[in-house]
Design a protein around this ligand. Structure first.
Ligand code: DGY
Length: 338
């Protein structure tokens, strides 16, 4: 018998995160590159006190009900739409996430995708490799200018603001929507608050940075795409289901918008027979916005720290259901930190 809590980590992690967990916990790690299938996840969760999960792991009520010892789930992501937080809250399981550490890296890729779609970088690469480059031509591979254009940011949180800072270097005009107005950001970033329809009508580039919730699923559908300028480009580095992908395909195919750049799709991975893959005016990357060596190590470290904190009943700012703290501690007095 051991009094070290058992934790299950659903994939191998970069950096020092696993060593950190091993200092105080019995650690089991899913060894494969692909996520544990639901049955395996349930089997591993059943004897565990804590789970360190990724956005590919579905943590739902069925999983939670099969894990009576579970007190904490630490999701290695800033988004946590893969976790049924209401179910976790009902079962007094603390859920945490890793905001902050991936902001700049994610914004780098969002801006890179914007440039790639506008200036046809991926398409140009395919063109060269296919042997189509026969001459310099005044009308070959033309696209819109990025500098001086209008960028609409949907969701001016940490990542949206970091994208706006990059846009400032390109002398872009910045519009934004957000659940609440951000007077400081308006001043610092010279950003103008608008409603969503106005943003869509006026922007040359639209970058999506909203969280995925029941309210935001399908936020950009056929009507919203129809409001965008014919030359506009949509960038999504947040979550695939924020955009109605069938409607996006139709807008791209018909040329009602000029292009899109997606780091996230619905579903993930994108199916090999997705009609999007036949279009030249969309750039798609495999959900890699936070994938720098340093940032993934930081995310893993923070997820490990969050898990250890939650196992000790220390409810920090990264916990998304802090309202259960008192009940959690009352139910598990032996776990109080300090
Ligand atoms: C997140 O953190 O939510 C990203 O999508 C993964 O980097």
């Amino acid at each position: 018998m051991t009094d070290r809590p058992r934790v299950f980590v659903t994939r191998n992690l970069p950096g020092s995160a696993l060593d950190l967990l091993r200092q105080t916990c019995e650690v089991a790690v899913w060894p494969d590159e692909l996520p544990p299938p639901p049955g395996e996840l349930r089997r591993e969760a059943a004897p565990s006190s804590g789970l360190l999960t990724l956005l590919t792991d579905r943590i739902d009520d069925a999983l939670l009900s099969a894990a009576p010892n579970l007190v904490a789930v630490s999701n290695m992501a800033t988004g946590y739409d893969n976790v049924d937080v209401d179910a976790a809250t009902r079962r007094l399981v603390l859920v945490s996430r890793t905001p902050g550490v991936l902001t700049e890296t994610t914004a780098d890729l969002a801006f890179g995708l914007l440039l790639a779609a506008a200036r046809r970088i991926a398409e140009g690469d395919r063109y060269v490799r296919a042997g189509h480059w026969r001459t310099w031509g005044p009308e070959i591979m033309l696209g819109p200018d990025v500098h001086g254009a209008t960028l609409g940011i949907i969701g001016l949180g940490r990542i949206g603001a970091a994208v706006a800072r990059r846009a400032a270097g390109f002398a872009m005009r910045i519009l934004y929507t957000s659940r609440t107005r951000k007077p400081d950001a308006e001043k610092d970033l010279d950003a103008t608050h608008t409603d969503l329809d106005t943003l869509l009508r006026e922007s040359d580039f639209v970058s999506v940075h909203a969280a995925l919730t029941d309210d935001t699923r399908g936020l950009i559908g056929a009507r919203q795409l129809g409001l965008m300028k014919p030359g506009a480009v949509l960038v999504n580095t947040a979550r695939g289901p924020l955009v109605d992908q069938d409607a996006l395909y139709e807008a791209l195919r018909s040329g009602s918008i000029a292009g899109a750049a997606l780091d996230v799709t619905d579903p993930e991975p994108l199916r090999a027979d997705s009609p999007l893959l036949a279009l030249d005016n969309v750039v798609i990357t495999p959900h890699i916005a936070s994938a720098s060596v340093a940032t993934r190590s930081e995310m893993a470290r923070l997820a490990a720290e969050n898990l250890l904190a939650s196992l000790a009943g220390d409810v920090n700012d990264n916990v998304v259901n802090p309202e259960i703290a008192a009940d959690w501690r009352a139910a598990r007095p032996g776990r109080l930190a300090g």
